[in-house]
Design a protein around this ligand. Sequence first.
Ligand SMILES: Cc1cc2nc3c(=O)[nH]c(=O)nc-3n(C[C@H](O)[C@H](O)[C@H](O)COP(=O)(O)OP(=O)(O)OC[C@H]3O[C@@H](n4cnc5c(N)ncnc54)[C@H](O)[C@@H]3O)c2cc1C
Length: 389
Amino acid sequence: MSELTFDAVVVGGGIVGCSAAFFLAREGWKVAVVERDSLACGTSSKSFAWINGTSKTADENYHRLNARGLAAYCELAVEFGEEALGLNPSGTLNVVQKSDAANYAATQEQARQLAAYDYPAAWVDIHALRRMEPHMTLPDDAEALFAMADHCLDAPKFVRFMASQVQALGGTVLEDCAAQSLVAQDDGQVTGLETDQGTLKTRHVVVAAGPGTAEVLSMLTGYDAFATRFPLHQVPGLLVRTPNLLPHRRIRHVVYSSISPEIHMLPDFNGGLKIGSDETDGMVTVDSTPDQLHNVASILLDRAKDLLPGFPDRDCLDECTITLGIRPYPKDGHSLAGPLPGAKGLYVIATHSGITLAPALGGLMTELIATGQTPDMLKPFTLDRIEGF
Ligand SMILES: Cc1cc2nc3c(=O)[nH]c(=O)nc-3n(C[C@H](O)[C@H](O)[C@H](O)COP(=O)(O)OP(=O)(O)OC[C@H]3O[C@@H](n4cnc5c(N)ncnc54)[C@H](O)[C@@H]3O)c2cc1C
């Protein structure tokens, strides 16, 4: 293996790394993906995996980047088919009650903003809502923002598909292979990557290590300061995945309900539901015990039961899968993607909403690496915006 030479090596076999590798390989580059464990073992397999620009309206550049992610999935679906990619074009219902004045006004403002961005969305009344989600018990003053183009993703399946395409395009995917340090010339130009399986020669290394990005940069470069100064938070999130509930799928869309208590759910790929809540995320930490996670999962199942009377509630907890994922959350909330300032041949992609953004960032980073020019859409997200870096 120490003889192998690549045009680019990607560190991290999650959705972000495998998507970047796919677009590089498609550009004709000889690519390797180095994953220290197995593909999609990290955050990508513990994600709600809702593909959308709907929830990102505050900043236009960031909205458009997310909308580009959604568009990229649609293009991949035309080429490969939804089934191969693990895509469900479910659409999203953002359900709100008119009597909840603050949330109602905020959701209407969100709808106005989406219209201004030409993002496909419409407002639906209670009659339409009851037909769209017949299993849900909804108060008479419930209405919803319907984002019909949103999708949800079987993210591990998509990651494996991207990796298989990298291999089909002549690339290499190395699992159980941990990146350890960079090899560089005196002028700082990267010339290789040392791994626990040997050295890979390359002049381009892309770090896509998710929540571990800061530690990986420290390790690769030998600069401990990255571990404390790289502007990335690790934000835990708990999800419950029920067993197959068929013949009643229970919900058809991604549902974000602000009807108190708040909950979000989507139709999972096993015929069950995937359930989470921003509120219950605040009740878990990376150090939560299994009992604590179990208790929070019970709360989520109770909330689902409130909206879906036929749902088995916490009785099915033992058959559920509870996952605690760690979001790689940049301090200003927006993606970090581009060359590492001061380094030659070292690039980073670290982002929340990485399920939505992976194909957008992968395509844009490929353009940057291949041409040496930063695409306009990527400019607000490069790492030189970080002060004192
Ligand atoms: C609860 C929850 C809900 C979410 N919901 C959504 C959502 O609805 N929509 C959305 O778009 N996003 C969502 N996200 C965010 C999204 O899941 C992440 O942004 C995305 O999965 C990050 O992917 P990644 O490839 O960067 O990281 P990861 O999937 O963590 O991949 C990084 C990989 O790097 C590997 N690695 C680390 N160190 C090394 C090393 N030294 N050598 C080799 N490999 C290494 C790891 O093993 C890992 O496999 C959610 C996240 C969570 C936790």
